[in-house]
Design a protein around this ligand. Structure first.
Ligand code: NAP
Length: 387
């Protein structure tokens, strides 16, 4: 043992963390990472040899490790699959990601079937004006089995003998916000109805067409389905349930050649979230629906702060939707689509902290990053109970 200097053990520690981290990340994400792993191991051996030749090798370790991190974070440019005569069905195209994705996929040459909640919504009208004649608009509320069946029949008629190349499960809602105890059961059910049951029904309905084309399912989920974001329990739970079903489908559909991807975007300014009137209504509705006892225990000041923090968070969200839109396109055109995509600023860091650091750090990170509450509930029970 004596012959090994302290620097050797530091070196071993650093390399173990980096190589172990790379392996764990690759395995957790089920990314086809053989080349990356071989490169990492190769670099480890090389640096280790250099280290014994010179003490500067230690510095080299740090530089190479950083370079490898950067390299692993970038996706090498790969030629995408052709888009012509491929049909893609997208849900929730009235606004936000769905609307932007419909326009982008149309411009790439896909035959897009864009489903909207309302055929006369500004977003639907815009799609008809701006897109090519290859785009078809259909009305569909994903929670209404009749609408889903109708949309399916229209898609089948359009396809003829072809299969469906892509289903983009985008439609979703964040019905309300608030601490898990304060959230109404109707809020939990509302989120589940759209984000989980609606998306599940659409996916099951369209699967025979997807299997025929050995196509792709791309689902827009949320990091709140993987991590316990404060005040988003109802929304997060519906996305967590969705993630589980989609991940299960992923391996069940392997024999059929259907590739399944999840996209987890960070915060973007879409839909209602940039509308301050929306947050006011949500807040008013919550106050009106709470029992007097709960309202007294938490206090109006606590609820007011939560609303203001959500408004602040929404105002800071990114307006540039392109990270999510290009990710949807990648999941549909890449020869090897990823199982899970993190799209948008900060979301990779969030994933890293949640996955690799102790719970204490990830909890603190979420509490500070998302809604940084300062006001404590009015009747903080700790004050009333002796330990
Ligand atoms: N924006 C973000 O920061 C963010 C982050 C993570 C995940 N996401 C997810 O991204 C997806 C798209 O959301 P977005 O951010 O683009 O917000 P958005 O602009 O509100 O888009 C959601 C779309 O879904 C539609 N929709 C709602 N209920 C529906 C139903 N029952 N049937 C069919 N369509 C329905 C909405 O129609 P109306 O406009 O008529 O209500 C809207 O067009 C959602 O699944 C959301 O959970 C968003």
């Amino acid at each position: 043992m004596k012959e090994f200097a302290l620097s050797f053990w530091i070196y071993m520690g650093v390399m173990s963390v980096f190589v172990g981290g790379a392996l764990r990340k690759s395995l957790a994400a089920h990314i086809r990472a053989a080349a990356t792993i071989v490169a990492w191991l190769g670099v480890t051996v090389l640096v280790e040899r250099l280290y014994w030749l010179s003490l500067l090798g230690f510095l080299l370790v740090a530089v190479l490790a950083a370079a490898c991190c950067l390299y692993a974070g970038r996706s090498a440019p790969v030629l995408g699959l052709p888009t012509d005569s491929k049909v893609v069905f997208i849900t929730g195209c009235d606004s936000g990601f769905g609307n932007a994705a419909a326009r982008h996929l149309d411009s790439l040459g896909f035959e897009v079937i864009a489903s909207v909640l309302h055929l006369d919504s500004p977003g639907a009208v815009e799609l008809l004006c701006c897109c090519s004649s290859n785009l078809t608009l259909v009305q569909m509320d994903i929670t209404q089995p009749k609408d889903v069946q109708k949309a399916f029949s229209r898609t089948k008629a359009k396809l003829g003998l072809r299969g469906l190349w892509g289903l983009v499960n985008n439609a979703g809602v964040c019905v309300s916000f608030g601490d898990a105890e304060l959230s109404l059961m109707t809020t939990y059910r509302g989120c589940m109805e759209v984000n989980f049951f609606g998306t599940l029904n659409v996916t099951k309905t369209f699967l025979p067409l997807l299997r025929r084309a050995r196509g792709r399912i791309v689902t827009i989920s949320s990091p709140s389905g993987e991590q316990p974001f404060p005040s988003l329990a109802a929304y997060g739970a519906s996305k967590a349930a969705l993630n589980l079903v989609i991940n299960t489908l992923r391996h069940e559909l392997q024999p059929w050649g259907v590739e399944v991807s999840l996209i987890l975007p960070s915060a973007f300014r879409t839909g209602q979230c940039s509308n301050s009137e929306y947050w006011e209504q949500q807040h008013k509705h919550l106050i009106e629906s709470l029992t007097p006892g709960l309202l007294e225990e938490y206090g109006e000041e606590y609820l007011l702060e939560t609303k203001e923090l959500f408004q602040l968070h929404a105002s800071r969200a990114s307006e540039d939707l392109s990270p999510v839109i290009s990710t949807i396109a990648d999941a549909l055109t890449s020869p090897q689509p990823k199982v899970r995509y993190y799209a948008g600023p900060g979301v990779q860091l969030m994933y890293f902290i949640h996955t690799y650091l102790p719970t204490f750090f990830s909890d603190k990170f979420l509490q500070r990053l998302f809604v940084k509450k300062k006001v404590v509930p009015q009747n903080d029970m700790n004050k009333n109970f002796k330990k």
